[in-house]
Design a protein around this ligand. Structure first.
Ligand code: SAM
Length: 305
């Protein structure tokens, strides 16, 4: 199987739950003839970026229900320099009182939803962990030990991300069901829905929760449409598993990925390894038998992380 370790993929902003670290385990399950890669729960779009860097999708659709996040993606794709200029201005201005400046920017963001404010918040919050109040207000706090990514590094990353996706990427901000219903036979859908938490329908990490039953119902329809899809869905650390497995009635191929030790586990001195679950749809499994993964040329390093 091809190794995906050789290229460093640029990333636009810190985002908790990003699949950046395990993209190399997901890409080998792509068939060789993907016209459009659709990421309906895109967040920081780690899989689309990685697939694009390896030449695995001609076109890309990025979607997330979080509208301000998709406005940020539009700026990254269309006006990366303007976006980083505005970020640089905020970053420079914060130094008199970083803590106070963060709160002020958060308040402004909650009333205006400007993309550069969101980029600044994402760069400053603890572990890129987005949190919203029940009223939909961004309420995560800053990591005041750090100033957030330096503008020079932010510019390098954002411009590399923009160049990688420019002209082949469309964005939207819809419920995932609407986006997947448009998939064509040669497309591939990669889904990384919000995690199953204890209070699953009110997951404050994201703007919206998604119930297990709703998700399973959507997958049934996708199977009827012969959609090719890959799902990352929960997992386990050591013996502790998070969430319910997807039902056998969907006839998905189940794979478990060893994702290494989580930052949290390492911090706590825990040696358990995180296992991530991956599911492949029946139509994708058939397609992989017909169009197995291509042998592709190694590419040069694209960007520094
Ligand atoms: C686990 S994160 C995805 C992380 C992403 N794979 C990455 O690499 O950064 C899940 C995303 O789903 C979005 N979301 C939640 N409910 C949704 C829905 N019904 N339709 C579309 N997106 C949704 C959230 O805003 C969040 O960004």
């Amino acid at each position: 199987m091809k190794s995906f370790n050789s290229i460093t993929i640029p990333h636009p902003f810190p985002y908790q739950g990003s699949k950046r670290g395990i993209a190399k385990h997901i890409l080998p399950h792509f068939p060789s003839n993907v016209d459009c890669l659709i990421e309906p729960f895109c967040g920081a779009s780690a899989i689309s970026l990685s697939a694009s860097a390896h030449g695995l999708a001609k076109n890309i659709i990025l979607n997330d229900l979080n509208k301000p996040l998709m406005k940020l993606w539009e700026e990254i794709l269309e006006r990366p320099d303007d976006l980083v200029n505005l970020y640089e201005h905020l970053w420079n201005e914060q130094h008199t009182d970083k803590k106070e400046y963060f709160f002020k920017t958060r308040e402004t963001f909650n009333s205006t939803h400007e993309p550069h404010h969101l980029l600044y918040l994402l760069a400053r919050i603890v572990k890129g962990a987005v949190r919203y109040s029940s009223k939909g207000l961004f309420n995560q706090s800053a990591d005041n030990r750090r100033a957030g990514m330096r503008p020079i590094t932010m510019r390098k990353n954002i411009k590399a991300v923009s160049a990688l996706l420019y002209k082949k990427t469309k964005t939207c901000s819809l419920d995932f069901r609407e986006v997947v219903s448009k998939a064509k036979i040669n497309d591939l859908i990669y889904m990384d829905p919000p995690y199953q938490g204890t209070s699953f329908t009110r997951d404050h990490r994201y703007l919206n929760g998604l119930s297990y039953d709703e998700f399973v119902d959507a997958l049934k329809i996708m199977n009827q449409n012969d959609s090719s899809y890959i799902i990352s869905y929960d997992g386990q650390t050591g013996n502790k598993s998070f969430g319910k497995k997807l039902p056998e009635s969907l006839s998905l191929k189940y794979l478990s990925i060893k994702a290494g030790r989580s930052t949290q586990a390492t911090f706590l001195g825990n040696k358990d390894e995180t296992i991530e679950s991956l599911y492949l749809s029946p139509a994708l499994v058939d397609r992989l038998n017909e169009y197995p993964f291509p042998i592709i040329q190694e590419q040069q390093e694209l960007m520094f992380a």
